[in-house]
Design a protein around this ligand. Structure first.
Ligand code: NAD
Ligand code: WQD
Length: 367
């Protein structure tokens, strides 16, 4: 059977990219992955194949290398859409080496858009982030956060994301206007700016999950390390927030739901030609740090050690999504719970303490 479409996924070997590649293959798309393997391993693609019987075509390339990217587009003339994950994403590091973040994230996106234009690839789904909203609790009536909340990121990483949103918007609008003026079809040029909240969890099979190459800085991977004994304790950043228990509130979204959100956005662009539009991908439910620790302790079956320390620079009180726009327009909503994310994360980290650097346990492959 002919594929539904051919999609280039930048950063497709990474955490969210690998789950999205899997979701697209499961729904009949042909998937081409471009990844420099800066923060990922090609083994994630083996796991995709184990799970669905199909493997993305892989090109090891850097998105800032226009010649290399050009060759990928030339080799796959049927690519009709791009899902763009490839980026540097460590918030703290982005304040230390901001130029590198702008070069890779913003510069890499411009290179990608130039190739898409040359090869007439009109749809882009972009990994934006709730971090573009900055401290939404400063604005009255903006929690849970709707897409019209003022944009105001508090760190260079977040500013690369809000800048890329503008670059994509300007470019897609220019393409549409220029083609329209020339009397050519233009409606098929579209962009989805997906602002995701806090991705969490792993594949329910226990053989695919988050496996960052360096030291993690996100709450759930750190909790996973405490639970497996790889880390002595968690540091809780601040107990003096005006929340129900003093710790900060986040909207954790299962990575399987998030991947389905990308599929829904891609289908919407291809079928409805909406131009450029932003959608929040979140559950709409806020969870504090203590609530998350409790939920994970329940799954793990023993207490997890933590110390409360001062607030982390740049952290905000509450990032909870209002996901109504995505619920209504993309016909997408989260189906999995925080408990599902904790259970799946635990299955992944407890069975694969070395992540992708070890073979998955036979018992999981047999089940
Ligand atoms: P990840 O690091 O697992 O995935 C990013 C992938 O891009 C990696 O596979 C990495 O090797 C690749 N990459 C990095 N630089 C590259 C380059 N120059 N050329 C080619 N490939 C390159 O991270 P993730 O958590 O899967 O995040 C994916 C996207 O989602 C990123 O754009 C990130 O900013 C965004 N995002 C992530 C979160 C989160 O908490 N995980 C939240 C919101 C948005
Ligand atoms: C969650 C909560 C921390 C670690 C970051 C980026 C954001 C997006 C998602 C990419 C916060 C607390 C954490 C720890 C803690 N990424 N915490 N001790 O900061 O909401 O978002 O990842 O786009 O841009 O900023 O996620 O998982 O780091 O933190 O107490 O050791 O857990 O203070 O309240 P965050 P996180």
């Amino acid at each position: 059977m002919a594929p539904v479409g051919t999609v280039l996924i930048t950063g497709g070997a990474g955490y969210i990219g690998s789950f999205t590649s899997l979701a697209l293959l499961e729904h009949g798309y042909e998937v081409i992955v471009v990844d420099s393997l800066y923060n990922a391993s090609e083994i994630s693609l083996d796991r995709i194949e184990l799970l669905c019987g199909k493997r993305p075509t892989f090109h090891k390339a850097d998105i800032t290398d226009e010649e290399a990217l050009d060759k990928v587009f030339a080799a796959h003339p049927k690519i009709d859409s791009v899902i763009h994950f490839a980026a540097l994403k460590a918030v703290g590091e982005s304040s230390e080496i901001p130029l590198e973040y702008y070069r890779v994230n913003v510069g890499g996106t411009i290179t990608l858009l130039r190739c898409m234009t040359k090869y007439n690839t009109p749809n882009i789904v972009f990994s934006s982030s709730a971090t573009v909203y900055g401290d939404a609790s400063q604005h009255e009536g903006m929690i849970p956060i709707p897409e019209h909340c003022p944009i105001g990121p508090t760190n260079p990483y977040g500013r690369t994301k809000s800048t890329i949103e503008l670059v994509i918007t300007d470019h897609i609008n220019a393409q549409r206007n220029n083609l329209k003026k020339a009397g050519k079809p233009y409606e098929h040029w579209n962009g989805a700016l997906l602002r995701y909240f806090n991705p969490a969890g792993s594949h329910p099979s226990g053989i695919m999950g988050e496996d960052p190459l360096g030291v993690p800085f996100n709450l759930l991977p750190l909790l996973g390390q405490v639970a497996t004994g790889q880390r002595e304790k968690l540091l809780v950043f601040g107990k003096d927030y005006p929340s129900r228990d003093g710790t900060a509130i986040r909207d954790y979204i299962h990575v399987v739901d998030l991947a389905k959100g990308h599929l829904a956005a891609l289908n919407h662009l291809r079928e409805k030609n909406p131009g450029v539009r932003a959608w929040n991908l979140g559950s709409g439910r806020g969870c504090t740090v203590f609530e998350m620790i409790n939920a994970f302790e329940t799954v793990v079956g023993h207490p997890l050690k933590y110390d409360v320390v001062g607030r982390r620079d740049g952290d905000v009180l509450d990032l909870t999504a209002n996901p109504s726009r995505a619920n209504e327009e993309l016909n997408w909503k989260t189906e999995l719970t925080l408990e599902d994310a904790c259970e799946d994360l635990w299955r992944w980290v407890s069975n694969n303490p070395q992540g992708y650097r070890q073979s998955p346990p036979q018992a999981l492959l047999d089940s």
